[in-house]
Design a protein around this ligand. Structure first.
Ligand code: BGC
Length: 643
């Protein structure tokens, strides 16, 4: 069934006699699942761009393709927080931090909703795949509101048309039935005026319970919202007003979107047309993370100077494969995919490309020894991670490469000192056993239909590797919170990713926000004064400088440390960030802002966010390097919250 899944819009609740189109659903997130649409890099790769404006452009293109092909709702804004990299669907979300998820999720909602309705998913705490139909996530109110929900609230505030409830339970209630999540929090507390739809088929266990809990639409067809609901209404076991409310939400949201759009842009030729393919290539280059780039003879391994290289070995079964990611509900089917092999062959026609799928390591090593540089492509495919389709996908068993891939890397590295490893996958990979054997490592994620050209752009130095890690890359699976893909119950707390590693004094392999540039961008100076005012909050200013001649990218992140006398909090948390592009020799003055409201904690006793007065510290992190000596202190005083 997955093979033909969502080729056309999945239609629900259409009433042509009343001019109501109904919900015309298309899945995502890496593009439109219907027909043969543009396949963008997966959401995790787009998270690595740290560029909400670029995500807005991608979402705008996706919205146009949805509209042209007859859908009016894009259900591909997945913003589940990545608690653990073994989650099989990690690739569908943007990363591990709520501030970053908020920026990317809101950009996606706003971009898509220029054309069609957006559906934000999976509400909430959906971050284990294999046991998703059984799992009960036990979570305290603080953790829920401070870590797992803020980005959902931000998307609701941004006017998202729809939310999809998750399959799992939260604190004993199925999310699809959860009056706590759907009614109390989403609709009452946050004032969400759109509609909730169920995740497909198993997202509702009984119609009456789901409707009573706040579910508005059963998808993809009626199983539980049929006769039993009518009977319950007749017998007074279900409130008429609740059913009216669900219908009203569905119709009013469609109404709200009836005037949205830019008809001139809705030409069939835009679907996977040149402009969108170029955007896909651009985003892929901006998402690739240069993790390691050792010098050989005082020259960094990358970029490669193809004009001087006579031969390069390209090795690995994924080097020539159309490897776009999951084959479940997020599968996009572009007509043509530019593989790494094609991208490199076209970029360097005068360099002999010795291509081999790497099955026999000795042969791969022999080829590598004959070449001036060796590129090894290793990592995951839809078989190893993705939606659980029984035969493939699901949660990852190992965070390392497969034994065969590790052996390939080591054999090639032993044969050629200029070995470059290109990693493919949707989440962190543990590289400790081989990373020091190789000269350079690029995390390419699942880079979409134009990924082969984007990799060539990076390796040749035509583009700066623009990606920065949206999640910690650990040294070992032991440096992560407990994860069990078969769990029926699991406890989530305030610690995962960098929060967990900071608290436990662990060193990551590569930290959150990490990524190298080919340029040499540094902190030039900081303004030690924190300008604080009611309107703009606390302002932190500094200057960065590109000390090299080539254009480059950098990611500035601002982390905050809390006053010691308040409730328990992670040692530091991200509060603001900015991705910058600088020409050779350019300097840029940057000001990042933090509002008092961004610093609050959730008080379960009062059921609301509360301000903690006192002295805070903020520190600047550039590309994952903590410039601790450049920390500011500032005070938060008593006052009114903005919300
Ligand atoms: C997934 C959702 C998806 C839905 C419809 C479910 O299995 O969890 O993300 O939108 O299927 O394809």
């Amino acid at each position: 069934m997955m093979f033909n899944y969502n080729r056309r819009p999945i239609v629900a609740g259409d009433l042509p006699e009343h001019n109501i189109p109904g919900i015309r659903f298309t899945d995502g997130p890496r593009g439109i699942v219907m027909y043969n649409s543009t396949c963008f890099p997966v959401a995790m790769a787009r998270g690595a761009t740290w560029d909400p404006e670029l995500e807005h452009q991608v979402a705008d293109a996706i919205g146009v393709e949805a509209r042209v092909q007859g859908a009016n709702l894009f259900a591909g804004v997945c913003i589940n927080l990545l608690r653990h990299p073994a989650w099989g669907r990690a690739q569908e979300t943007y990363g591990e931090d709520p501030v970053h998820l908020t920026a990317m999720g809101v950009a996606a909602v706003e971009g898509v909703q220029r054309h069609v309705m957006a559906c934000v998913k999976h509400f909430a705490c959906n971050s284990i795949e294999d046991s998703r139909f059984k799992l009960d996530v036990q979570i305290d109110e603080r953790t829920l509101h401070e870590l797992y929900l803020p980005h959902f609230k931000a998307c609701a505030d941004a006017g998202a048309a729809s939310f999809m409830s998750a399959y799992n339970k939260v604190n004993g209630q199925w999310c699809g039935h959860s009056s706590d999540l759907l009614t109390e929090i989403l609709k009452n507390k946050w004032g969400f005026a759109g509609f909730v739809m169920s995740d497909f088929v198993f997202g509702i266990r009984n119609g009456v319970g789901a409707l009573a809990g706040g579910q508005d639409l059963e998808m993809p067809f009626r199983m539980h919202f049929g006769r039993r609901v009518l009977r319950a209404l007749k017998r007074g076991r279900l409130d008429h007003d609740r059913v009216d409310d669900a219908a009203t939400r569905l119709i009013q949201t469609q109404r709200r979107f009836s005037t949205v759009g830019e008809p001139r842009r809705y030409q069939p030729s835009v679907v996977a047309g040149q402009a969108h393919r170029e955007l896909a290539r651009n985003v892929a280059a901006d998402s690739m993370v240069l993790l390691q780039n050792y010098e050989i003879n005082r020259t960094p391994t990358l970029p490669l100077d193809f004009s001087r290289l006579k031969s390069v070995a390209l090795l690995g079964r994924l080097a020539g494969a159309a490897n776009l990611g999951d084959h479940g509900s997020s599968r996009v089917r572009p007509l043509a995919v530019r593989t790494f092999q094609q991208g490199l062959a076209d970029r360097s026609p005068d360099t002999k490309l010795l291509f081999y799928d790497g099955r026999r390591h000795r042969r791969a090593a022999r080829l590598a020894a004959r070449a001036e540089a060796a590129i090894v492509v290793v990592g995951q495919s839809h078989r190893d991670e993705g939606e659980n389709l029984v035969l493939w996908g699901g949660d990852r068993r190992e965070l390392t490469l497969s034994a065969a891939d590790e052996r390939l890397v080591k054999s090639v590295a032993a044969a050629n000192p200029r070995t470059i490893v290109v990693l493919v996958g949707g989440a962190p990979i543990v590289c400790e056993s081989w990373r020091d054997d190789v000269a350079a490592i690029v995390m390419a994620w699942y880079p979409g239909m134009a990924g082969g050209d984007a990799l060539a752009d990076i390796l040749a130095g035509d583009r700066d590797p623009g990606g920065r890690l949206p999640c910690v890359f650990p040294r070992s699976a032991d440096d992560l919170p407990f994860f069990d893909r078969r769990a029926r119950s699991i406890r989530y707390d305030l610690y995962h990713g960098y929060r967990y590693q900071d608290r436990n004094g662990m060193q990551p392999a590569w930290p959150f926000g990490f990524g190298l540039s080919f340029a040499d961008i540094k902190l030039d100076s900081i303004d030690p004064e924190v300008a604080s005012d009611r309107q703009s909050g606390h302002l932190f200013s500094f200057v960065v400088r590109n000390a090299s001649e080539r254009p480059g990218t950098t990611l500035a992140q601002l982390f905050v440390t809390y006053p010691a006398d308040g409730p328990e909090r992670p040692p530091r948390e991200l509060k603001a960030f900015r991705k910058l592009r600088l020409d050779g020799g350019e300097t840029a003055s940057v000001t990042l802002a933090i509002a008092d409201d961004d610093l609050r904690y959730y008080d379960p006793g009062a059921s609301r966010f509360v301000r903690q007065t006192g002295r805070y510290a903020a520190s600047l992190v550039l590309d994952g390097r903590d410039l601790r000596s450049h920390a500011w202190t500032f005070d938060v005083v008593a006052g009114q919250s903005n919300n």
